[in-house]
Ligand binder design. Sequence first.
Ligand SMILES: [Zn+2]
Length: 305
Amino acid sequence: MNKAIIAMDKSGSFRVYLAVTTGMVEEARQIHDTTPLATAAMGRVLTAAGLMGLMMKSPQDKLTMQFKGDGPAREILATANGNGQVKGYISNPHVDLPLKPNGKLDVGGAVGIGTVTVIKDLGLKEPYVGRIELVNGEIAEDLTAYFFVSEQQSSSVALGVRIDTDLTVAAAGGMIIQMLPGADPASVDALEQLIGDMTPISTLVEQVTRESSGKTGEAVVRELLRRIFATLPEEFAVEAMEIREIGWKCDCCEERLEQALMSIGATDLKTILDEDGSAELTCQFCRKKYQFDGAHLQKLLDEMT
Ligand SMILES: [Zn+2]
């Protein structure tokens, strides 16, 4: 199941982007054949990128989020557009580390020390690029810091992926609470308490999905929203504004991989043609294979020279 909901509180102090991404993260797990630790790390990044994609104004806007650290996961990259279409990969899909003392998957250890970079292509001349040092590599805290430092935006990010005993994804989801200009200071205090006491989001997603079996994704995200914010004072009651789609989608095509082949330069392409006679390229996002036979490579070479 995948679905997102955008909401705002009555006083106009904050906005909420909340998503269930169980289906999307499970699809990514199957494509990349990830270990539970890699599933959790990549799933958090995919969910966050999807939510930040929904924060952009136009469906054509594109966002790229890259976590790069010195840990064994190496790089985790996700891209999303304003329509909630998300794709991504992890450099080391088989990363594995002992559980943390609290029994949780050690995503911070897998990512290590490094940076998070966010690139937003909003159809302007230059893309917007923001980069900060990672706080702890656990993804959610890193992005909370990113919003504060790079976008001067006070936000709170929660992300969670729960792995089933058969190593598939039992539940995944995320939430970004974004404070709005002129927010009532009392709402900040109320939210701090709410977040401090909040059940992990993956647990909530699992509970609500199970209890709502047979209901639509929309019913699930509405109930999830209600449950998370149920304890807020009446003046900050949260109201749903929009139901949005979110999910896995790779938009790769032969033309894009032709571009990749041509970008290596005529000399190297000629070498491949002479020595191998053909080329096979794999989309790094969806693992689809593209074959280029000798005639095809020759055609690309002719276009270049
Ligand atoms: Zn692809």
